[in-house]
Design a protein around this ligand. Structure first.
Ligand SMILES: Nc1ncnc2c1ncn2[C@@H]1O[C@H](COP(=O)(O)OP(=O)(O)OP(=O)(O)O)[C@@H](O)[C@H]1O
Ligand SMILES: [Mg+2]
Length: 288
């Protein structure tokens, strides 16, 4: 079981012969259930277009997508099941909140798929608990009067409440302050683990991608041009920069230390604790 994309292509303007009008071109990939997948690429490289295929918001004009037993192709019709299975958190998802209260907004999806009243309440409570939104404190409040970070959490809860198997997060922390970003990322990671979700995570922040993802796909001009573990992808610093992408903070620091002749080891993505150890050891060498 898992997700298989078999040579899918989508062109926004079919009449246009130019490559620039391509959303995505000839993309194949295979993802096992329960994995955290990072998607990176320059602006306009096709990340959001690709993600919108995962819940059939866009249908592939060529190729097909298989998610467990569901097949999505250009003839797919019954899309309700796939939309329930794959939850999408778009960029700035709070723009889509529209009900008078937090409860009503989160209950909207579960109600729509015909859950009973008690089940709806249970789904809302569980989703709010997952996002660390206190039920009694927030359920009757208007989403509009919440802070940016809280609104974002409510918006994500509306998707989680549908109990999806796959969660697509298209830049879920964009526009939040650094602390809210860090908190939300930690919550999303916890939700992935406890709900055993397959997660696709799109971000321009290479540190977040490195921390969150078990496997990474790099896109450019509508194609996948590189893939691998965080360690593999972020060791290809020259190629990444040629694609207009950055590298995690730890890589930049190691490169800088190497340039100054202070570090002779391998340039690779490491977490902050390991980076601190490298620096600590270098200080030790200096004081010898
Ligand atoms: N609704 C649309 N109509 C026409 N072309 C579009 C549309 N949406 C995207 N495109 C084009 O498809 C290509 C891929 O866009 P997409 O939004 O998937 O990129 P992205 O990687 O998500 O970019 P970003 O990092 O800016 O979010 C771009 O060339 C873009 O201009
Ligand atoms: Mg996008």
């Amino acid at each position: 079981m898992g997700i298989i994309l078999d040579k899918i292509s989508y062109k926004y303007d079919i009449e246009d012969k130019e490559l620039s009008s391509f959303g995505i071109f000839d993309i194949s990939l295979q993802v096992e259930s329960g994995k955290a997948i990072g998607i990176i690429g320059h602006t306009g490289s096709g990340k959001s277009t690709l993600m919108q295929h995962l819940n059939a918001l866009l249908l592939p004009q060529k190729g097909q997508i298989k998610i467990d037993d569901y097949i999505i192709n250009n003839k797919s019709k019954n899309l309700k099941d796939i939309r329930k299975k794959v939850g999408m958190v778009f960029q700035y998802p709070e723009d889509q909140l529209f009900e008078e209260t937090v409860f009503k907004d989160i209950a909207f999806g579960p109600k729509n798929i015909g859950l009973k009243e008690q089940e709806i309440e249970a789904a809302v409570k569980r989703a709010m608990a997952d996002l660390e939104l206190d039920y009694e404190e927030y359920k009757d409040r208007s989403p509009y009067e919440l802070s940016g970070g809280q609104k974002r959490k409510v918006a994500i809860a509306t998707v989680i409440a549908m109990d999806p198997d796959v969660l697509v997060l298209d830049e879920p922390t964009a526009g939040l302050d650094p602390k809210s970003k860090k908190d939300l990322l930690a919550l999303l990671f916890k939700i992935k683990e406890t709900r055993k979700l397959t997660v696709f995570f799109v971000s321009h922040n290479m540190d977040d991608i490195y921390l969150f993802s078990e496997y990474i796909y790099v896109m450019s001009q509508g194609k996948i041009v590189m893939e691998g573990s965080g360690l593999e992808v972020f060791s290809k610093t020259t190629e990444l920069r040629e694609l207009g992408l950055g590298v995690p903070f730890s890589v930049e620091v190691l490169e800088d230390l190497k340039k100054q002749g202070l570090y002779r080891g391998e340039i690779k993505a490491i977490d902050l604790k390991e980076l601190a150890e490298v620096i600590f050891n270098l200080l030790g060498d200096k004081n010898d």
